[in-house]
Design a protein. Structure first.
Length: 224
């Protein structure tokens, strides 16, 4: 689902969040006159995993500040094409085409391009694919998908930036209709103020059943 509402009017995480808070009594219709709870970190549509939200204005503001100041580590799991054997910290410049809802990456700065940084560590591999743990240093639109694709290792199932022929094989074998990309963990490094109680805490979202099955079939028994 969408993280936030857009022009398509499709249900988003925000509507589900508000509905949940109304149902459990954490929020009232009166509260909605002055404030709407919202998410702090967005996930691409068809990317699964953990997402953070603020149910009060103060909570939303302070949590958003933590993400902005990069005091929250954001770790993802993905399967990419090719065999990767060592960790890397890659950099580049991302340019967004709003009309096409696509981005591109270049090694040098271009007009209106934003700097991006991505770290990844191989967890396991075979001759054809690698399961990666990816940490976002910056958090730009489609960053993981385009950055890995630009290095020659596109994310499995990614119809926008991926390998068309490989994706056809994957779809036929595993019935995967979206990218194998999962927001695995949020780790609160050193928050201050009212959020200081979160210091050192990690929130984890296990792989969905379909993705878990795929990684086990490709790499057998794996502990992430």
């Amino acid at each position: 689902m969408l993280s936030q509402p857009d022009d398509t009017k499709e249900p988003s995480m925000v509507e589900y969040l508000i509905g949940y808070l109304l149902q459990n009594g954490s929020l009232t219709e009166e509260n909605l006159r002055t404030f709407h709870p919202s998410v702090c970190n967005r996930l691409d549509k068809n990317t699964s995993g953990v997402i953070a939200a603020g149910k009060s204005l103060a909570g939303l503001q302070e949590l958003s500040t933590l993400f902005h100041d990069r005091t929250v580590h954001k770790d993802y799991l993905c399967i990419v094409k090719g065999k990767l054997t060592r960790s890397r910290h890659i950099r580049g410049y991302l340019h967004k085409d709003a009309n096409l809802n696509k981005v591109s990456v270049s090694p040098t700065k271009e007009k209106d391009a934003q700097p991006i940084e991505t770290q990844y560590t191989p967890i396991c591999n075979n001759e054809h694919a690698t399961l990666l743990k990816v940490r976002l240093i910056t958090g730009r639109t489609h960053q993981i998908r385009i950055h890995l694709s630009a290095t020659g290792h596109p994310v499995m199932g990614d119809s926008k930036y991926g390998d068309f022929e490989w994706n056809k094989e994957v779809k036929k074998k595993f019935h995967l209709n979206h990218q194998f990309l999962h927001a695995y963990q949020l780790t609160f490094v050193d928050p201050i103020g009212s959020m200081s109680y979160l210091k050192g805490k990690t929130v984890t979202s296990q792989l969905p059943e379909q993705l878990e099955k795929i990684q086990k079939e490709l790499f057998h028994s794996v502990k992430v």
